[in-house]
Design a protein around this ligand. Structure first.
Ligand code: GRF
Length: 190
């Protein structure tokens, strides 16, 4: 039976693109829905170019209704991937996808996570603290920011000459290299 993924993304969508490309010709995993809270998010264009249905949500739809669960039924969604989605996931959705929803964070959690810790703020904080290494964390999603069980981490060095921008680049390379493979492994484990 084919497994169907929904990706939530609101940023540039570079991770979503890597995941879409990785599973494009996959035998039993497909990216079947892209969800965004921004109507002009570049990730929606990437979805359209790839013939993947899209759903734009607002706060009322997401927090005051459970309509997204009906959508997920319609598209047979088995697994949810957050790739640059900054809203807290409501309890009804966490419960419905318990252990079937993951997020990627651009640091080694539990360090440099939580509300407001996203994008360059993370890399700036890593730089300011004089860390010798940073990396990525892929974790299960619960009702708090960046808090569920860790399923995967990968590290890179922070050199004295690194800036937040060069750190961001190294971390993004790790994300692109590992995220699709980790998703595949999770979906193929019994
Ligand atoms: C990534 O750094 C990810 O770790 C974080 O949001 C960023 C999304 O980047 N959760 P992109 O939109 O996939 O380029």
């Amino acid at each position: 039976m084919k497994k169907h993924i929904a990706i939530f993304a609101s940023g540039t969508g570079s991770n979503a693109k890597k995941i879409i490309d990785y599973f494009k010709h996959h035998n039993n995993i497909s990216v079947s829905l892209i969800v965004s809270n921004k109507a002009d998010a570049p990730v929606l264009d990437i979805a359209r170019e790839n013939g993947i249905p899209t759903l734009v949500i607002d706060r009322e739809y997401f927090y005051q209704t459970t309509s997204i669960l009906k959508k997920f039924n319609e598209y047979l969604i088995d697994f949810v991937v957050l790739a640059g989605f900054l809203w807290l996931v409501p309890a009804y959705l966490v419960k419905s996808f318990e252990r079937r929803m993951i997020n990627i964070h651009p640091a080694l959690l539990p360090k440099y996570g939580g509300k407001g810790m996203y994008g360059m703020k993370v890399h700036q904080a890593v730089r300011d603290s004089g860390e010798k290494e940073t990396g990525i964390t892929i974790h299960l999603v619960n009702e708090q920011y960046d808090d569920g069980d860790v399923v995967f981490q990968a590290k890179c060095n922070v050199e004295p000459e690194d800036t937040p921008q060069t750190i961001a680049k190294k971390v993004q390379q790790l994300e692109h290299r590992h995220f699709p493979e980790v998703i595949e492994k999770l979906l193929q484990s019994p």
